[in-house]
Design a protein around this ligand. Structure first.
Ligand SMILES: C[S@@+](CC[C@H](N)C(=O)[O-])C[C@H]1O[C@@H](n2cnc3c(N)ncnc32)[C@H](O)[C@@H]1O
Ligand code: SF4
Ligand code: SF4
Length: 310
């Protein structure tokens, strides 16, 4: 066959299509919201991270090409009615060009990043930047020098670029005493606010981050509640925090996630062979729902109950 520029281009296209695997089948359920790990790679190894736990798909060899991921995300959006997508990883900024393109596919899109690659400009969208305490506490968890790198990223961005930037601290048993020092350290930074979420343990987690019981966690929740009265920068909702308290928390989670509203979110991890794989929940496969500290779970429960908001 004589190869013209057009047929050569068609062959390249056909190669691409041939290399695009069929998306995984996640049934027919509708998921208004989803999250996607655009990469299993990360430049940090935070000690509390749920992504790098055993039994959760996280092998760096399991990659998906940009074109494949864009096609599959568009397909899953149409099939499952996905309106809102959260981009994360690993570290999503490692694949920033892909994230920028993929954000266009959804009505609403947000990013959660470790902030060490700079803060993306995405006007009208939320970028959550993770920091887990003031410098000493954060760096003990996230690695030496990380706090300063993130601070530099925050100060180097144009604060008027239209991006909504929030700092988020994941509170654990290890850093709970540093909640107020954290707010004091970052309270004047040019961001839209400060948010808190709490550690999600594995089953049988007896490590330094997990509170042995929900009662033991209450002290940390009360700390955030008190601070919220003092610092308007804290955006975490008091009603949702109240639902996290030990006497009522299981009503929003269930012992095994049976009441959890985050289970209505489709978690897309990159699994074996570079195919999307759905995990038990956004926090992977090995989680203890009875001690779950995911703020989003309780915030969703709070907003689903009009009487609580009255
Ligand atoms: C897994 S990271 C991925 C995005 C990005 N690499 C980052 O650090 O923001 C997303 C968020 O999950 C939080 N996180 C990690 N492990 C957690 C755990 N076991 N429980 C609750 N939150 C956790 C991180 O602190 C971060 O705010
Ligand atoms: S930066 Fe994010 S993905 Fe990477 S290890 Fe830390 S928490 Fe996990
Ligand atoms: S660990 Fe938390 S977010 Fe995951 S299913 Fe259980 S309650 Fe829901």
């Amino acid at each position: 066959m004589i190869s013209t520029p057009l047929s050569a281009a068609c062959n390249v296209m056909n190669d691409r299509i041939a290399l695009t695997p069929t998306p995984s089948d996640f049934g027919d359920e509708q998921f208004p919201a989803a999250l996607v790990l655009v990469t299993n790679a990360c430049n940090l190894r935070c000690r509390h991270c749920f992504v790098y736990r055993d039994n959760t798909p996280n092998a760096p060899r399991d990659k998906m090409r940009d074109a494949t991921m864009l096609r599959q995300l568009a397909y899953l959006r149409d099939k499952h009615g996905i309106k809102s997508m959260l981009f994360m990883g690993g570290e999503p900024m490692i694949r920033w060009q892909l994230v920028r393109e993929a954000m266009q596919l959804f009505e609403r899109a947000s990013i959660v990043t470790n902030g060490t690659y700079g803060i993306p400009t995405v006007p009208g969208h939320l970028v959550t930047v993770s920091l887990d305490g003031p410098e000493a506490y954060n760096d003990a968890l996230r690695g030496s020098g990380v706090f300063r790198r993130v601070k530099r990223s925050i100060y180097e961005r144009d604060p008027n670029d239209g991006t909504i930037v929030m700092l988020q601290m994941t509170v654990t048993r290890e850093n709970e005493e540093a909640i107020e020092p954290f707010v004091e350290a970052v309270g004047n930074w040019p961001v839209s606010g400060i948010a808190f979420t709490f550690y999600v343990p594995t089953r049988d987690d007896r490590g330094p981050f997990a509170w042995p019981s929900l009662q033991d966690r209450d002290r940390a929740i009360h700390r955030v509640m008190r601070l919220k009265q003092k610092y308007p920068q804290i955006k975490t909702n008091l009603g949702a925090l109240a639902l996290m308290l030990s006497h009522i928390a299981l009503a929003s989670t269930g012992r095994h996630g049976e009441h959890c509203r985050m289970k209505r979110m489709l978690p897309l991890y990159i699994g074996e062979g570079g195919q999307f794989e759905r995990t038990f929940c956004c926090y992977g496969n090995d989680v203890d729902c009875s001690r779950c500290g995911a703020y989003a779970v309780f915030n969703a429960a709070y907003h689903s109950q009009p009487l609580l908001r009255a």
